[in-house]
Design a protein around this ligand. Structure first.
Ligand SMILES: [Zn+2]
Length: 334
């Protein structure tokens, strides 16, 4: 095994993952820099444990500009009483903490995108060191992993909980049972543009039950999407048997991303005008959006057309778009 040759992680936890009770502390990562010679990155973490039982690992802020996860998880860390728990809940509301503090997708220290940095390296960049700690220390403790995402500053999504199609069908079925329990307005069989380096892939390759979300976007959270996140995480803990009580059942619409045809990328930059909104259905070859050239007047817009019939599940968010940006994502109802 490659891991046996890796040096130990430089990260030390100020909490004891084996101790009963609620502990609020940090993952402390030494980070020597101009304003702090022997300084550290202090990633907040909570462990709530009560006896034997399954472990849930809950993460937000994998990308620093996505807020529903941090809102739900800082709140849960404050409120979760060990007396309510059977087993263990590990809560990291802001996994890529430097990115979260900067309000950016990637880390301002090393430009690291946490969800492209797995399996990570104990002697790599700050982002790679965090990824390595999650893979080698925290993921092995977990039975169920919930990693919150949203669109961030550059995308907006229909609110959905998701899992991936996996080679191990038993593992896949369990993951989709957790997606159903989460109870977002939409539930997605998710296809990735490129799964290499993702936390998702690292967890799934270890045989863990892994679910994720996309709950809105645009670099903020709404009352609706924050409420979906808070209800969803409680439902996941109930479904895992870690907290008692009935799942707060919600209607959900199942969606699938059947092929790469669901993605539409901009081939020109400009001012984007969407002709359909999230949740609306378009026919194959219909115009989803027009990109108006802004260099001068009198130029025809570039049209983004649907390569398949589907419902608009995600869209580029800010008003201006660049060549290569993901403009739209379509999904089909199952
Ligand atoms: Zn994300």
């Amino acid at each position: 095994m490659r891991e046996q040759h890796l040096r130990p992680s430089p990260i030390s936890a100020t909490v004891d993952f084996e101790a009963d009770g609620a502990q609020h502390g940090f993952l402390r990562l030494p980070h020597s820099r101009d304003d702090s010679a022997w300084g550290s990155v202090m990633i907040p973490i909570t462990v709530v444990k009560n006896g034997e039982g399954p472990t849930a690992l809950l993460t937000g802020g994998n990308h620093g500009d996505e807020y529903e996860g941090p809102i739900a998880l800082f709140d849960l860390a404050l409120k979760l009483d060990p007396a309510e728990v059977r087993g263990r809940v590990i809560i990291a509301p802001a996994m890529n903490y430097p990115a979260f503090l900067a309000g950016t997708r990637t880390s301002p220290i090393d430009k690291g995108n946490m969800n492209r940095s797995f399996p990570g390296k104990p002697d790599g960049t700050v982002t790679e060191k965090i990824a390595d700690y999650f893979r080698r220390v925290l993921l092995p403790l977990a039975d169920i992993v919930l990693d919150f995402h949203s669109g961030g500053r550059t995308l907006d999504f229909l609110p959905f909980c998701a899992a991936h199609i996996l080679p191990d069908k038993a593992q896949e079925a369990k993951a989709f049972e957790f997606v159903r329990a989460f109870g977002a307005p939409y539930s997605m069989k998710m296809l990735e543009i490129d799964a290499v380096g993702m936390y998702d892939t690292a967890a799934e390759e270890m045989g863990k039950i892994f679910i994720t979300t996309e709950l809105g976007g645009g670099g903020s959270a709404t009352a609706l999407t924050a409420a979906i996140a808070k209800r969803g995480v409680a439902n996941v803990l109930r479904h895992a048997g870690i907290i008692a009580g009935e799942i707060e059942a919600q209607p959900t619409e199942w969606l699938d991303m059947p092929s790469g045809d669901c993605f539409a990328f901009a081939e020109d930059g400009g001012l984007v005008e969407f002709l359909v909104d999230l949740g609306e259905t378009v026919e194959q070859d219909a115009v989803i959006a027009r990109i108006l050239p802004v260099g001068r007047t009198g130029e025809k817009p570039f049209e983004i057309r649907a390569r398949m019939k589907g419902l608009l599940a995600a869209r580029h968010y800010p008003g201006l778009i660049k060549a290569g940006d993901c403009c739209a994502v379509l999904a089909v109802t199952v």
